[in-house]
Design a protein around this ligand. Structure first.
Ligand code: ARG
Length: 433
């Protein structure tokens, strides 16, 4: 039975096709649906649409449903379309006609919007917390291995000295930029759409300021049409933030696969963290990082998926929007799973402390030696030529001394400054370290 039932049953096939995965996906929205409904009825009472007793009964009814959800026993029954319908049916079953009063001044269109906004706000905080763990690990490794030199590459050719400190620390700082995107998504999600109803407001004198306060939104989408448009926009910003995070992690995963390769041998993992081959007995494969890379690459398609889905929709609610849940919900889990796995693996990473001693990396030091001569007074171009000639005629002997002092260089990583940038973003997102 549908909320909109007007005396005929829709064809079963039509119902199943249009409901799709909602009965399962909407379970995630259930606690937020109750939270939104609690704010809505308080507001309805304040404008005289419910009596005090009705408010008390409805509040108790909703709290009981909240307990069912908490206990993990909430289900969306066969024949019920979505979480919004299920909550209303449960209330009506328990309270009779009073239950039917709850929907005055709202529509499932703003109901699903408010549920999503509340859920995204919370999920973004969870993602931020998970990402911060990886950030911390990268910073810890950067400090620990700050003195371990490794080759830096340009054009994938041996270029200049780099270090493990720079490598780990670079990914930590890059996460700060990704988190700025996540912060933007947080601000976009953190606005009250309730009261926009079907997308064009209501003739009831709704007190939207009150529901904004009750739901702890710092502001609302004032224009009701803008509130409706925010379905899709909110998801797009979150998709972009997730894709950005994924691009950083995917990039790191690629580095790990390469650095683990026998031709490089910069890092390794204990045997039990690698996988084997069914035919080549010697193999220790980096499957974890390959799967991470693959998952992160897929996540980078998210903004496109959202864009294609909502790109050319007419103004106002369209049922296509329902499919956004299919795109975003699993992605929110996958990005956290990937960061969790990366943090776990980083706890076991083994670093080769002697990379740079290999003579194939001798030419890494040419710039150091040119700079040393220039610092001693030789014009830079002459110094460049002198070392260049030595390389050319095979007489170059690297001094192997590296002395970088400026901000963000091998000898001055500025990890504390980077941490401070991250903490500012986290606190704006309401995430405690
Ligand atoms: N399941 C729907 C969604 O996610 C809920 C809103 C339904 N609204 C409607 N007018 N059919 O979009």
């Amino acid at each position: 039975m549908q909320l909109w039932n007007k005396g005929f049953e829709p064809d079963r096939l039509i119902e199943e096709f249009t409901v799709g995965n909602d009965r399962e996906l909407d379970l995630r929205l259930a606690p937020y649906d109750v939270q939104g409904s609690l704010a809505h009825i308080k507001m309805l009472e304040s404008i005289g649409m419910l009596t005090k007793e009705e408010l008390t009964k409805l509040t108790e009814g909703l709290q009981e449903i909240a307990k069912v959800i908490d206990d993990g026993e909430f289900v969306i029954e066969e024949g019920v379309e979505d979480v919004h319908s299920q909550v209303e049916f449960m209330l009506t079953r328990r309270l009779g006609d009073i239950g039917k009063k709850i929907h005055a001044g709202r529509s499932r269109n703003d109901q699903v919007l408010v549920d999503l906004k509340l859920m995204f706000r919370h999920q973004i905080q969870l993602i931020a917390g998970t990402v911060f763990e990886t950030f911390r690990k990268w910073q810890e490794l950067s400090d620990k291995y700050s003195d371990v030199l490794m080759p830096g590459y340009t054009h994938l050719q041996i270029a200049m000295p780099s270090s493990m400190g720079l490598w780990f620390g670079a990914y930590a700082e890059t996460l700060v930029d990704d988190m700025q995107m996540l912060l933007a998504a947080y601000h976009i999600a953190n606005q009250n759409p309730l009261g926009s109803a079907a997308g064009y407001g209501s003739s009831f004198p709704l007190d939207r300021t009150m529901t904004t306060r009750l739901l702890e939104f710092p502001t609302m989408h004032y224009n009701v049409v803008a509130a409706q448009i925010s379905r899709g926009k909110t998801e797009r910003s979150l998709a972009m933030a997730i894709a950005s995070l994924a691009s950083t992690l995917g990039h790191f995963a690629m580095d790990v696969c390469l650095w683990m390769c026998g031709n490089f041998g910069f890092i390794s993992f204990p045997d039990e963290f690698t996988t084997g081959s069914s035919i080549m007995p010697h193999k220790k494969n980096p499957d974890v990082f390959e799967i991470l890379r693959g998952k992160c690459n897929r996540l980078q398609a998210l903004p496109d998926e959202v864009g294609y889905l909502v790109g050319n929709l007419p103004l106002g609610y369209n049922r296509d929007l329902q499919l956004l849940k299919d795109i975003l919900f699993p992605a929110m889990d996958t990005i956290r799973e990937c960061f969790d796995m990366c943090t776990f693996m980083l706890g076991h990473i083994q670093v080769n402390n002697h990379i740079i001693e290999d003579s194939r990396y001798d030419y890494l030091f040419t710039v150091e030696d040119v700079n040393r001569l220039a610092a001693e007074g030789m014009p830079f171009r002459d110094a460049y030529r002198k070392i260049g000639m030595q390389v050319q005629d095979g007489t170059y002997v690297p001094t192997r001394s590296v002395h970088h002092t400026h901000e963000g260089s091998i000898g001055n990583l500025c990890n504390d400054e980077i941490l401070r940038k991250m903490l500012v973003v986290l606190s704006e997102m309401g995430v405690k370290e």
